[in-house]
Design a protein around this ligand. Sequence first.
Ligand code: SF4
Length: 456
Amino acid sequence: MTSTQVRATCPHDCPDTCALLVTVKDGVATEVKGDPDHPTTAGVLCTKVARYTERTYHEERLLHPMKRVGKKGEGKFERISWDEALDTIASRLKGIAARDPQAILPYSYCGTMGLVQGESMSLRFFHQLGASHLDRTICASAGATGYKYTVGASIGTDMEQFQNAKLIIIWGGNPIASNLHFWMRAQEAKRRGAKLIAIDPYRSLTAEKCHQHIAVLPGTDSAFALGLMHVLIRENLLDHDYIEHYTLGFDELKERAAEWTPERTAETCGITADEVVKLAREYGQAAVKGEAAAIRVNYGVQRVRGGGMAVRAIACLPALVGAWRNPAGGVQLSSSGSFPTNKPKLQRPDLLAGRHARTINMTTIGDDLLKESSPEFGPKVGKRSSVYKRPTGRHRARFRQGDARLRARGFVTPWCSKPFRPTTARPMPTSAAGHHHPARTRRHAHLLRPPVHDGQ
Ligand code: SF4
């Protein structure tokens, strides 16, 4: 039995983009570890990926196409052949495409990432078909847009610098659960004497472990940021030189912030005026002293009405106090997409060959699925090809209505419709990874034989 250790990359949609060391014996992964030489990973993986081999080779892992034979939700399926699955899918898609391919809607988000697998090959297929486009806005578009409006690009404080900060504000995130390698740096900063403050309506595990938790009401983050600006401006805790040379619009911002007294902010946010004043002073004074004040804002704040503006307001704070002057200061939302990729080359929109394909936005899909055909909307959506992530709430209820869905999953769930096929998700599909960490674009490796169960 030959055994080798190879380098790979975590395929998940996660800001850390960890480097993996995978032990492979005869095409089977036996161990997955974090690469100690990769600065971000530093030898540590989150628990879900540290146990990836268990998932990949789990006895319940779906390895062949299944067809629902009971009622939806009953969880009754029978195995079918690949030929039957592919013929069934093809005949359904062909029937709809013959009438109008735009009635087919690929519905997907980020499961297994990678530049090739992530959003490339499937789009080539749907472009060839002439299917509707999906505008993938459900997760991060509002905040990403707000951030770019303010900072100019999807780039911010380097995660590896946070350990040098003296004040870290964790705004709308729970990094213990979802940004482990940032949390490691925050812990190191804490050991070196930094203060950690969580701003979150929810007392998460992260909030519990910070020195202070400010529990603003949901959706009031813009108001809180404006209240902080009000105090910074009123008490002249500003870096005037930075504002003059590197910012635009200070006078208008000052006018707007003047409306947000600590008292008004406190009433809007459900906190005390003292919390507003104290945090503004701590933040401003840290920068005045030349200490690094860093904000890790996360997507939680922007999943509400006005969320894009909330990120814009928060992203103004480091510019006011000149926190960007220190490599460990500033703000970070996400570095996703900060290095351009040639998407047309990957996704091949040219395969549409001059046909028009309408775009349906994820955030309105619940209503769009109920729309009848019309000249404005186009054909009623007759088929959803649902991959990776499923909708929730009312959207999920509407997905349940109507005809069959095609799903790709790693494990059987009662919600699956018919027919569906197993995903190829495994630690290292052949691809390149550059989704999140801009400084460390990496390559996925093709290492493993597909998992097999006895007798299959
Ligand atoms: S922390 Fe993120 S990138 Fe690292 S192994 Fe876990 S999911 Fe993958």
